[in-house]
Design a protein around this ligand. Structure first.
Ligand code: SF4
Length: 328
């Protein structure tokens, strides 16, 4: 079937993916393969803007690749690779930086937020992050970038950089990417308050064992106003219930919704049911992951082949870009 165009997305090498990564991005990556020609990149260079200790960077990149493949990324059709394996992106980043006003970068809310979070390490790469991101996108002649609403300004920024470049050099070699809104409700961590995140240690990794998963689920905060078993609960403000709606059969979700409100089910039982359903849903993922992990050379070969295919596209684009800039 003819594909609708090319999708590009980058994911950080944060090691083993968690439920928030899966529901917020990876599951969508998998679905997009049916309609689009997909290019997915594990952005190790981007990670350097915030990660100072790189001792686990290789392993974390490998673990993320394992999770993406186990979740259903199909490397025979999709290009999956590591950002630093395509050095052309650094060259394009430099050329795009020449048409990007510094003030625009320092005004971006994401830069201000990062500078607040790591005042001891406001590095040049952090300021130029959106330019590198733009280079990632346009290097592969991307048509569509899947984004949540909070990332929309970055795509608008990328479009502006492309327009500036094409105008400055009187060319059309770079394509303005469109965005595809892939907003999913925010996935909260087991604390029931903050977005699921490794840094907050409120996450549930996909690759945990069933028993480890059960233990994490049993730690989940439920309806904060339900103090004891005999109190009626309110599923509408319960994080466990919002995840039940994703992983539990509808008739059981309806039953929990009713029984919780009249104290017919306790939170311990409710969480046990959720852990069972989550473990069941993750069974195929875990089996595939274990199989891939038993053949690490094959995973490395998949990433190498992805980088080779990515470099073919990248080098073609860069030849056009160098010509447009009139580099001798
Ligand atoms: Fe949440 Fe279930 Fe407890 Fe109700 S019974 S508050 S839905 S965990």
């Amino acid at each position: 079937m003819a594909k609708k165009g090319r999708v590009f997305s980058g994911i950080r090498p944060t090691g083993r993916a968690h439920l928030g990564n899966y529901l917020g991005a990876i599951q969508n990556y998998v679905a997009l393969q049916d309609e689009y020609d997909c290019v997915y990149c594990i952005v190790d260079i981007h990670a350097l803007t915030t990660v100072e200790d790189t001792v686990n960077l290789k392993q974390n990149t490998y673990e993320m690749a394992l999770d993406l493949l186990a979740a259903g990324i199909r490397p025979e059709e999709t290009i999956l690779f590591v950002q630093s394996h395509v050095p052309q992106v650094m060259e394009l980043h430099t050329l795009l930086s020449m048409v990007t006003p510094l003030g625009k970068l320092t005004d971006l809310p994401t830069f201000k937020e990062k500078a607040r979070q790591q005042p001891h390490n406001v590095n040049y790469g952090l300021v130029g992050y959106p330019v590198l991101m733009t280079a990632d996108i346009v290097l592969y002649k991307t048509d569509i970038v899947p984004v949540g609403i909070d990332q929309a300004p970055h795509i608008e920024f990328a479009r502006e950089v492309v327009r500036s470049f094409n105008y400055r050099y009187n060319t059309k070699v770079l394509i303005e990417p469109d965005m595809k809104n892939t907003e999913v409700p925010k996935v909260l961590g087991i604390d029931g308050k903050e977005k699921m995140s490794k840094s907050l240690d409120n996450h549930i990794e996909l690759a945990l064992t069933p028993e480890e998963t059960r233990q994490r689920v049993m730690m989940m905060v439920t309806d904060p106003q339900r103090m004891k078993r005999t109190d009626p609960g309110n599923p509408d403000i319960c994080n466990v219930f919002s995840l039940h709606k994703i992983f539990t059969p509808k008739e059981d979700v309806d039953m929990i919704n009713t029984e919780c409100r009249r104290a017919g089910i306790g939170c311990v039982d409710c969480k046990k049911r959720f852990a069972e359903n989550l473990n069941k849903a993750l069974e195929p993922f875990r089996a595939k992951r274990a199989e891939l992990a038993s053949r690490p050379d094959q995973v490395v070969a998949i990433l190498e082949d992805g980088a080779r295919r990515a470099r073919l596209i990248a080098e073609k684009t860069m030849a056009e870009v160098r010509e447009a800039v009139q580099l001798p």
